[in-house]
Design a protein around this ligand. Structure first.
Ligand code: APR
Length: 318
């Protein structure tokens, strides 16, 4: 059985563990700083698996030694947003947590592929990569989960507006996991029909705006935290493509070395995801307007990554 470890056994982490276990994809380890809590969740899940006669193993622990031998490590540790907060407001708290987590991952799961979910996503993935690259990780083995989630939100809003099945919708959201994310309209089709043939500019802009605020809309309803069902499911899709070497093209946050003209940032781009992690970054032909929006998003990410240097969380040597 393959092994997946999840650092942070909160809402996203434990929901992901549940999905992995129910799908019998791999054995699961949940690590958290809170004493006992991950053990309690694991025990509950094991008893759920007994109901299904499933022999998947689930471990909850406060000890990083338990992640050794992991094929994939997912990092969801950190604090979540409260109403009125932007993802960027989490930067300094979650960066300090990420630093500690990444060092432990490098020590105990040196051969793993790492998926970051903690926010602000692009900066947290950048930080994890900067730490892990010094320990031998390539930029294709450390990635962030954002585009699959933002695309799912966009697809849901399209399906609701047009009253058609999700099955018929091809869409992709790139860029930052924040206000500057870019739904790629030139590549959004309904059974091959360009979406602009089916929706007017005003309707389309409303859907784009709602997608950009998709996370905040849920935060304002939940009041005590942020979304977790769709984030966990989106991470599961990435895990499946890696574990089963499906080579799906998915929007994934990746460290750039010149792709789309970007250097030294992590940004959401279409990639081929297989057993080795990111196997290829796909360069799409974007409209001029879309490329400008992506550049704006890249600029915003750059500023946030710079803050990691200002706060002295990453050394100037990079
Ligand atoms: N090491 C391990 N776990 C930690 C650490 C740490 N240093 N610091 C915090 N945690 C744990 C918390 O104890 C908590 O159980 O991370 C968990 C986070 O869970 P939730 O508060 O439920 O947050 P969640 O909704 O799961 O979101 C986690 O993902 O989507 C993002 O913005 C979200 O950054 C947030 C992260």
């Amino acid at each position: 059985m393959r092994k997946i470890s999840i650092i942070g056994a909160g809402n996203v982490g434990s929901t992901l563990a549940l999905l992995i276990a129910i799908n019998e994809l791999a054995d699961v380890v949940m690590i958290d700083v809170l004493p006992d809590m991950p053990k309690g969740k694991a025990l509950d899940m094991l008893q759920m698996l007994a109901v299904f006669n499933s022999d998947v193993k689930v471990i909850g622990s406060n000890n990083y030694e338990d992640i050794s031998g992991s094929d994939i490590v997912v990092i969801t540790a950190g604090i979540a947003r409260k109403p009125g907060m932007s993802r960027e407001d989490l930067l300094s708290t979650n960066a300090n947590i990420m630093k500690e987590v990444a060092y432990n991952v490098s020590k105990f799961a040196p051969n793993s592929i790492v998926i970051v979910v903690s926010n602000p996503l692009d900066a947290m993935t950048y930080l994890a990569y900067k730490i892990l690259k010094d320990q031998g990780w390539s930029r294709f083995q450390v990635m962030g989960m954002a585009g699959v989630l933002d695309t799912a939100r966009f697809k849901y809003f399209i399906s609701e507006k047009l009253n058609i099945s999700m099955d018929n919708i091809d869409a992709m959201v790139l860029g930052s996991h924040g206000d500057t994310m870019v739904p790629i309209i030139s590549h959004t089709n309904i059974q091959g029909i360009p979406i602009r043939n089916l929706l007017g500019e005003q309707d389309l802009n409303n859907l784009i705006e709602r997608t950009r605020n998709g996370g905040a809309e849920i935060v304002s309803l939940l009041k005590t935290g942020s979304a977790y069902y769709a984030p966990a499911a989106s991470t599961l899709i990435m895990i499946k493509s890696i574990l089963h070497d499906k080579k799906q093209i998915l929007p994934v946050s990746v460290y750039c070395q010149g792709e789309y003209g970007y250097h030294d940032i992590v940004i959401g781009l279409p990639v081929v995801l297989g057993s080795k992690g990111i196997e290829k970054i796909i360069e799409l032909n974007l409209d001029t307007d879309e490329k400008q929006q992506l550049d704006k998003s890249a600029e915003k990410i750059k500023q946030l990554c710079q803050e990691l240097y200002t706060l002295n969380i990453v050394g100037q040597g990079g």
